[in-house]
Design a protein around this ligand. Structure first.
Ligand code: IVH
Length: 346
């Protein structure tokens, strides 16, 4: 085999093992064997630097720190969600949108976890990961491509499996939630504590902070992963028109997609499933503050429009606040600048 063919083979082998480890959670080779493959790839690249492509697994290593982040205008607004605090709110939502469009009566619903992380927008051109941005104000975000490249669950090339019979639009923009899994967060804090360093408050802020700082090497050292759930924009190719099929399609491309999502024929069943997670939320490997209930038919969902930044076709069904017992030790009174008295609990 020529060195060039071996190089191509190594790139796709390593990408496959990266995918099996970081997306499928099912590695088939040891870390040692993986490192051997990566070292062989690095040796070839040292001899042939002109062969290096942006999807080479070596290009994940943290690049040089940036001076600042460039702004990125999103191809479509990155929307938010209205909240429902219980079944009554969810029924009221259904009633409101049925009045707008009676096709809602026959709608199906997809339920997904609402991950407490950082919304990111990933751009692929001809299957290559070319840009990644934060949500920002929903119209314009920050270009954090170099940081996101270090996140191993993000495919640098899609479809990840070259044999996959799935076509990719020439421009595909997907949205997902980047986060640090609970266990990894606890391990990180234990490590910091042992090293006598300051520990982090919570996984969400740690993930957000690690992605929104200028040194990709620091991002690379943090256990950040992600789950994707939406196609923001596509050009030059077809993508599915239902939320359920979008999740299947993204999975087939090699993106990490939740395995907790379910599709239901009625809102009743969707709510019942959602409520099973009120108790079960702690068994999820990440922090979630609720479940999202989405109208499956994305054409219908889109036509329902939005209220401010909240699409009418989906709703965040929030988990009830966690209840803990606490002791009131004292009540203090703060005096404001204008003499206003504000009592506070200690
Ligand atoms: S859907 C039209 N799905 O929750 C699409 N959002 O409070 C609107 N989030 O800003 C978003 N998991 O960052 C959607 N499975 C999920 C989500 C999700 C987490 C976040 C997202 C959004 C926020 C809304």
């Amino acid at each position: 085999m020529s060195t060039k063919s071996r190089y191509e083979e190594l790139k796709s082998e390593i990408s496959k093992h990266n995918y099996l480890y970081h997306v499928k959670d099912a590695p088939v080779i040891s870390d040692l064997e993986f490192d051997k493959l990566l070292n062989e790839l690095k040796r070839i690249e040292a001899e042939h630097p002109d062969w290096i492509t942006p999807d080479s697994p070596t290009q994940r290593a943290g690049a040089k720190p940036a001076d600042r982040f460039e702004k990125v205008r999103h191809p479509a607004p990155i929307l938010s969600l209205a909240n429902a605090f219980g079944a009554d709110d969810a029924h009221a939502w259904l009633e409101r949108i049925t009045k707008i469009d009676d096709r809602v009566e026959k709608a199906k619903f997809v339920v997904e976890p609402k991950i407490d992380g950082l919304s990111v927008v990933l751009h692929y051109r001809d299957g290559l990961f070319v840009q990644g941005a934060t949500r920002g104000d929903g119209e314009v975000g920050e270009d954090i491509t170099s940081n996101l490249r270090t996140v191993r669950a993000i495919p640098l090339k899609i479809p990840v499996e070259s044999k996959a019979k799935v076509s990719v639009p020439s421009h595909l923009v997907v949205r997902g939630e980047a986060f640090i899994p609970t266990k990894e967060f606890e391990a990180l804090n234990r490590q910091l504590e042992e090293a006598g360093e300051k520990t982090y408050q919570n996984p969400r802020n740690t993930a957000a902070g690690s992605l929104r700082q200028l040194d990709p090497k620091l991002t690379a050292s943090r256990p950040i992963t992600l789950l994707v759930y939406q196609i923001i924009h596509s050009e030059g190719g077809k993508v599915p028109t239902s939320q359920w099929e979008i999740l299947e399609y993204l999975k087939a491309l090699g993106f990490p997609v939740t395995d907790v999502a379910r599709r239901f024929d009625s809102l009743e069943d969707a709510i019942a499933y959602t409520e099973t997670w009120n108790e079960g939320r702690d068994s999820l490997p990440y922090e979630a503050d609720g479940m999202v209930i989405k109208i499956d038919d994305l054409t219908l969902a889109g036509e329902l429009g939005f209220v401010g930044k909240d699409p009418r076709g989906a709703i965040a069904f929030k988990f009830p606040a966690r209840e803990v017992t606490t002791t009131l030790n004292d009540i203090g009174v703060a005096v404001g600048r204008t003499g206003v008295l504000t009592p506070y609990a200690v």
